[in-house]
Design a protein around this ligand. Sequence first.
Ligand code: B12
Length: 209
Amino acid sequence: MSTIQDIAQAVETGKLKLIEGLVTNALQEGLEAVTILNEGMIKALAAVGEKFQRSEIFVPEMLVAARTMKKGVEILKPKLGSGATTSFGKCIIGTVQGDLHDIGKNLVAMMIESAGFEVIDLGVDVSKDQFINAITSNPDAKVVALSALLTTTMPMMQDTARAIKGGRFTVKVMVGGAPITQEFADQIGADGYSTDAAGAAQLAKKLAA
Ligand code: B12
């Protein structure tokens, strides 16, 4: 029997080879995909971050935990979407320049896509100019979603959001990521902020309406 604890433990200790079986078993046993994601995987990565902060583990361990989570999310993916059929238009998403974290951004992209958007994912380390070029090439885009996980890349999020808001674009800007707050979002002139992927999808729909 696979429990949430087994999954959390596998992510935390980077048991890449075990994760597929554990997640598949948990789903077969009737655990909800969203519970596995939130209680098993996201909490485990938060614990990994705390261990890193205490210098109990280092970048390689953090990386293997991230890979394990990604593998697990692949298995959950078909179960996480809402299967919406309404079309809300295009959403451009990316992690801002200097930042390579993409697990949260990918979850947000997945939820936004399943809420009914066509997602244009620019990936990680995306410069202000790359965002502007993507908006220029997709003038019908409704929302741009910026992700940042490092306090050192928050200024880049600010530059990017301000450049977009300062241009002649109608697109709405939403922001998120672990260090981002509503206060910061307001300060940089973003149109919206959410703490998690499910909230991000709701917010994108509201902004596109
Ligand atoms: C995994 C990880 C890595 C992996 C990333 C792999 C990958 N492909 O993403 C690797 C090993 C590469 C890595 C590298 C580094 N990392 Co790192 N990493 C993490 C860790 C453990 C987990 C992040 C994660 O994926 N969480 C799970 C996801 C689901 O959560 P999330 O990203 O927050 O996303 C959710 C919300 O924030 C929100 N959201 C996210 N984006 C968006 C966007 C929008 C628009 C919206 C609305 C919402 C939203 O929705 C998501 C889903 O619910 C965190 C710890 C932590 N507590 O965050 C440290 C952490 C972010 N890393 C940290 C550091 C220091 C680094 C390095 C500088 C380490 C180093 N010395 O090299 C490098 C930086 C590399 C770079 N230039 O980016 C620090 C940052 C400290 C700080 N205050 O800035 C943290 C907090 C660890 C710590 N406690 O010290 N890291």
